[in-house]
Design a protein around this ligand. Structure first.
Ligand code: NAD
Length: 351
């Protein structure tokens, strides 16, 4: 076994069904007296029951969370934090709401209780991406890690199937790249394999019956594990291309991951034989790139970038941008191979 470094993230996790009811005890445990509850406008109604649950400890709701964590929204929330002498945060929602909580915590060091309702996995990472004037800046700081994460399967049942599929495959992508990361380690590889295995089986069950408790539970568990991978080791070409496409063409974050992943994996597989063996086992002894493509396609995801807003001339621009500031990748990047990869994803070809 090679030498390795393993950083475990601090934090406490409650996982299960009905775990939300433990929220008052968690607020008590952290000694909080005035807690601001965060959500998107879409989930405001859902969080009003949280306010009731913690009673006098609630400092109210800020339902302004939105995609890409705009600093202007964070500043509005910070005004409330100071007006109401807030001493803790509860963020209920997906990556957008978690992002707002992290942005406030970065500036105030307030303790956070995060209650994830998608499979994005942001609650397990020290990463925060914020936007000012349309520019996204990503940083990593242990200050943004939540003190407590409450996974309650019940809250994920309302996540629409299409979002569940894209968010779930987005999570799988974190674990796939963790398996061939430059700083990979045996602990994270075990977590990555278990995360992929769990989500790969859960997503078809959810598509068949969105209220399936077994499917929802396995997906949320898998998302947790995949989030740990994203928070622990470096990502490679797949994530780089997705960031380029999101930034340059405004493509939807999770959907882009679904379309790129099979092709990025096909590109990298010869340079990552150990990862490929692990992946093959995780997806039921099939060709992993093909299995991930079939998973998305069979569950109704759009597999062609051209079907969700990528312009044809964008292929070359995406290749240029990827090569301009590349991430480390197991297979060295060359223009022709990269162009083929992006162009296959653009067309939605079978990998
Ligand atoms: P999201 O948080 O933007 O949520 C999408 C929509 O679904 C919102 O309207 C939300 O209110 C709604 N929703 C969430 N859960 C629901 C539920 N259970 N039922 C019904 N509706 C629900 O989407 P996301 O994919 O979770 O997060 C994407 C964002 O997170 C991106 O900005 C991405 O960059 C960021 N992200 C960050 C990290 C990190 O480590 N920093 C990791 C992953 C994602």
């Amino acid at each position: 076994m090679q030498n390795f470094v393993y950083n475990s993230q601090p934090g406490r996790v409650l996982f299960g069904t009905g775990t939300l009811h433990q929220l008052p005890q968690e607020v008590e445990r952290l000694g909080l007296q005035s807690v601001l509850i965060l959500s998107t406008p879409h989930q405001e109604e859902q969080v009003s029951s949280l306010a009731a649950l913690i009673g006098s400890k609630s400092a109210g709701i800020f339902a302004g969370a939105t995609m890409h964590t705009p600093v202007s929204v964070t500043e509005r929330a910070l005004e409330i934090v100071s007006e109401r002498k807030v001493d803790g945060l509860i963020a209920l929602g997906g990556g957008s709401t978690t992002g707002l909580g992290k942005a406030i915590a970065l500036r105030t060091d307030l303790p956070q209780i995060v209650i994830p309702t998608t499979y994005a996995g942001s609650e397990m990472t020290p990463i925060l991406g914020e936007t000012t004037d349309g520019r996204k800046i990503t940083q990593s700081s242990p200050k943004v890690l939540p003190e407590v994460v409450i996974y309650d399967v019940d809250l994920t049942v309302t996540l629409p199937v299409s979002l569940s599929v894209s968010s779930g495959i987005n999570a799988i992508a974190h674990a796939v790249e963790a398996l061939y990361a430059r700083d990979r380690n045996p602990i994270i590889s075990i977590i990555a394999e278990a995360g992929i295995r769990s989500l790969f089986r859960a997503l078809p069950a959810i598509a068949q019956d969105p209220s399936s408790r077994n499917g929802r539970s396995a997906a949320l568990y898998g998302a947790w594990l995949c989030g740990v991978c994203l928070g622990s080791v470096g990502m490679a070409l797949h994530h780089k291309i997705c960031h380029v496409l999101g930034g340059a063409f405004g493509l939807s974050h999770a959907e882009t991951h679904v379309a790129i992943l099979p092709h990025a994996l096909r590109f990298n597989e010869t340079a990552a034989p150990e990862a490929l063996t692990t992946l093959r086992e995780a997806v039921g002894h099939q060709d992993p790139a093909r299995a991930l493509f079939d998973l998305g396609r069979s569950l109704g995801a759009k597999m062609a970038l051209k079907d969700f807003g990528m312009p044809a001339e964008g292929v070359d621009r995406a290749v240029d941008l990827t090569l301009e500031t590349p991430y480390w990748n197991p297979r060295p990047l060359e223009r022709e191979g990269l162009r083929q990869l992006v162009s296959n994803a653009y067309e939605g070809n079978v990998p």
